[in-house]
Design a protein around this ligand. Structure first.
Ligand code: AKB
Length: 315
């Protein structure tokens, strides 16, 4: 990667990824784009920034040409719970955006990264140590767009030679930009509430395990995969990656190690609970480890220590 175009640059992953990429490749070599404008954000102030609705293919290509990009990191998408509320719009945004990203990458001969998700699995997928290659019959619209996206990226690689790469992200936890509209968002909210109020009411039921990862590991994974030797990549779209798997009571116990009075109660949201139950308990990330050396640095305890410390000084 020399000059990178990032979509969804003001979002949870994008805002931190753009800053990290600008540090590595130079501020003028990372073009942040988003449908929103936030003129004061570091993403917009710290280097090139363009407004882009990813469903507008002409504008997508025009921005790619203007900056002569050689890599597209396409992050703009609706997450699982928001998508379930607006399934037709979710299909339109997630799939048209991806087609436009792939077309820009094809026409400009760029490398291309887009995230899939643990949502690409469904109720008939093996739940524990879910293999890289297994049954993928998701019953959420978000999951349907993720499986379709994985196949489309494979197709563009095989048919047009586009260097497409991707991972199946678990829930991502960060103290910088909050996520929006996901099922795993509780695992971020719980830390904010622990610092502010020392209590949290979870919309996910006790005993519901999902894979998770701290943002620094997620950013490293994107960069490491994009820089990996293509000859070693068997899977490309998309690699299982994970750092930990926990249920709400597990993260509460980790928080109590540092905030002993922390209280966890439950008020389960049936929509997000149904989505969570359709996803694996824990996935097997051995292919990512073998093919490009993926190895996360943060487990639940290390992440909890860092999150609580960072949030305490910020809030
Ligand atoms: C969501 O909860 O929708 C996302 C995801 C796991 O893809 N965080």
């Amino acid at each position: 990667m020399k000059t990178v175009l990032v979509t969804g640059a003001l979002g949870q992953i994008g805002s931190e990824l753009v800053a990290k990429l600008r540090g590595l490749y130079g501020e003028n070599h990372v073009v942040g784009t988003d449908i929103r404008v936030d003129a004061d954000s570091p993403v917009a102030c710290g280097g090139p920034f363009e407004t882009l609705d990813v469903t507008d293919g002409e504008r997508f290509l025009e921005i790619g040409k203007k900056y002569q990009v050689d890599a597209v990191i396409h992050l703009a998408a609706l997450l699982s719970a928001s998508a379930e509320a607006k399934p037709q719009f979710a299909w339109h945004l997630n799939m048209s955006g991806l087609v436009n990203a792939l077309e820009t990458a094809r026409q400009l001969k760029c490398q291309m990264f887009t995230p899939s998700s643990i949502a690409a699995f469904g109720p008939s997928t093996p739940k524990d140590r879910t293999p890289q290659d297994t049954i993928q019959r998701p019953n959420t619209i978000y999951g349907v767009t993720k499986v379709s996206g994985e196949l489309l990226c494979d197709y563009y690689h095989e048919r047009f030679g586009v260097d497409t790469r991707g991972v199946r992200f678990p829930g991502l936890i960060s103290y910088v930009t909050p996520p929006g509209g996901g099922t795993t968002d509780y695992a971020v909210e719980i830390y904010y509430h622990a610092v502010r109020e020392k209590k949290y009411t979870s919309y996910i039921a006790a005993g519901t395990k999902m894979d998770m990862m701290y943002m620094p590991d997620a950013l490293d994974a994107i960069i490491q995969l994009m820089e990996a030797d293509p000859a070693k990549l068997v899977h490309r779209n998309a690699f299982n990656i994970t750092a930990m798997s926990f249920a709400p009571e597990d993260v509460a116990a980790a928080i109590r190690e540092r905030v002993p009075e922390f209280e966890l109660t439950y008020d389960v949201d049936p929509v997000r609970q149904r989505i969570a139950e359709s996803w694996p308990n824990s996935i097997d990330a051995r292919c990512a480890e073998e093919e490009w050396g993926f190895r996360p640095r943060y487990d639940l305890d290390a992440m909890t220590k860092d999150m609580l410390g960072k949030l305490a000084s910020r809030l």
